[in-house]
Design a protein around this ligand. Structure first.
Ligand code: PGA
Length: 248
């Protein structure tokens, strides 16, 4: 799925959710739908990013379904004395993608642009596509700084060598993540248009932040939006599939 096509990409970020049985059941629900649809998403590419503990389980359930597997974060180094971390090379044993610079890493774990940039380089070294998250806080938006903040994040965290087949950008306004609030369609289109000239031609720009089956058609209908990064609504197979179907 590293080839960049005109299809949209719907990525599910399960975050820290799922144990063996429910994680496998969720993956089975998606794999069955994908197989019934002839493999992959309904007119889009599908990616699942489960917690690290479920990568093997989910990966084996998804085998042959056309749904890709991704990690939620990684260390920059290939190996070493980094207790609790996972390397890009370890993810690459089953994954094609890794989410990097998510606001829950930037804010919850103090990761700045320089650290995120090193992780992107590590991901590329291991052959992974980096899904780089950027987005402003509510205060920054209210101060009229949203576009500048995102531009600065891109300048600080996209290394030289970015290309359409190794980088996906996810615009995720922080105030919209997990809150039920979504940016207006105008704001999404404006922000994506601001991101576009700052990344390689053809690289996908996903929207993320409370995407759900009700609002997905409007968001995914925007020409500037190349897919979605879905958190909460990716924890239910029917919801996630309904969002994916909005691409058809
Ligand atoms: P949400 O999460 O869909 O639950 O808002 C999106 C994300 O954090 O990627």
């Amino acid at each position: 799925m590293n080839d960049v096509t005109n299809t949209k990409l719907i990525a599910g970020n399960w975050k820290m959710n799922g144990l063996r049985e429910d994680g496998a059941a969720l993956a089975r629900g998606l794999a069955q739908r994908a197989l019934a649809a002839g493999g992959g998403g309904p007119g889009c590419a599908l990616l699942i990013c489960p917690p690290t503990t479920l990568l093997t389980t989910v990966g084996s359930v998804l085998t042959g379904s056309g749904i890709a597997l991704g990690g939620q974060d990684c260390h920059a180094a290939p190996k070493g004395a980094y207790t609790g971390d996972i390397s890009p090379e370890m993810l690459a044993m089953g994954c094609s993608h890794v989410i990097l610079g998510h606001s829950e890493r930037r804010h919850g774990h103090g990761e700045g642009d320089a650290a995120v940039r090193e992780k992107v380089l590590g991901a590329w070294r291991a052959g992974l596509v980096a899904i780089l998250c950027v987005g402003e806080t509510q205060a920054q938006r209210q101060a009229g700084q949203a576009a500048d903040i995102v531009a600065a994040q891109l300048a600080g965290s996209v290394p030289n060598g970015a290309a359409a087949d190794n980088l996906v950008v996810a615009y995720e306004p922080i105030w919209a993540i997990g809150t039920g609030l979504t940016a207006t369609l105008d704001d999404i289109a404006t922000m994506h248009a601001a991101v576009r000239p700052r990344i390689p031609a053809g690289a996908r720009i996903l929207y993320g932040g409370s995407v759900n089956p009700q609002n997905a058609a409007g968001i995914l209908g925007l020409a500037e939006v190349d897919g979605a990064l879905v958190g909460g609504a990716s924890l239910d197979a029917e919801s996630f599939w309904t969002i994916a179907r909005c691409c058809a």
